[in-house]
Design a protein around this ligand. Sequence first.
Ligand SMILES: [Zn+2]
Length: 354
Amino acid sequence: MTNKKRNLIERLNSGPVICAEGFLFEIEKRGYMASGEFVPMVSLEHPEALENLHRDFQHAGSDIVQAFTYNGHREKMKVIGKEKLLEPLNRAALKIAKKVATTPLGAEHNLMAGNISNSNIWNDKDPKTHKKVEQMFSEMVNWAVDEGADILIGETFYYAEEAYTALKVMKKTGLPSVITIAPMGENIMRDGVSILDTCKELEQLGGDVVGMNCHRGPSTMMPYLKEVRKALKCHVAGLPINYRTTNENPTFFNLPDQNGCTCGTPHETTFPTALDPMQCSRYEIRKFAKDAFDMGINYLGVCCGANPMLIREVAEAVGLKVPASRYRENMKNHYMFGTNDRIPKHIKDYRGKA
Ligand SMILES: [Zn+2]
């Protein structure tokens, strides 16, 4: 048992660092959040459910325990009429993450991350909104520092200037800062800056880790990550969603159901409640992680659609052995498809008709 805790950059310099994201979707699936509304009240209403999910991700190899404050910002709390719970929600989420990070399964503590994200009020044509957004970021970052965050993550920005603002606020704390953008289907930031130029600027502004997360599956994130990795010197992050996005529909917001839902009731969009048929297989996530790591991307994870099995897959794809590796697939003992000597021949022979 060692007390030494390496910081994020030391870890990234010596190998891959895994970060599980996708808390909104997974907590919703577990029954503790309303889809669409997506407010992380779970830290106050069912803290044990949130702690369990952190534990499951930790067990699967997540080195970072990201406090679930996504969407837990002042504007969203106003939308649901619960602004007075803003600070309690943030502090509760941070405390749960800190508890999990400081009781690791291995010898070394995990890193607890404070988290901010796109504000939903940023308007590139209205500077007044910029000041408001900066204040929203500042209060959340201050609570994160206060509760002992080891790093800060700013994520899912689709305005370049909003991402720059988030990074400036995070950098003031002196903590290592991860900043990831999530361009929409136009393949350009909404304020007209290219994905590559946004990332270059984020590096110039001092981003310790710069990259992309959310909105895009492996196939529509990877081409941009390649460019970004080539152009930047700092560490790069890649955390796709677990859905098969396409060139026609680069994000999950307008992704059609390729096979057609058979429920009989037309739904306006597949996002966010009917995306299930477009999930990637674990092998696609594994391939993404391995390809990204091989080209020098050391900060890896999965965003929306993530589950512990996929986080284990990412970790193992880059050569790590994690506690959950003990439970990785073992088909040899399958009752029909296995190779174990005890599987009777007449059962094996039936495979083609199963
Ligand atoms: Zn996401």
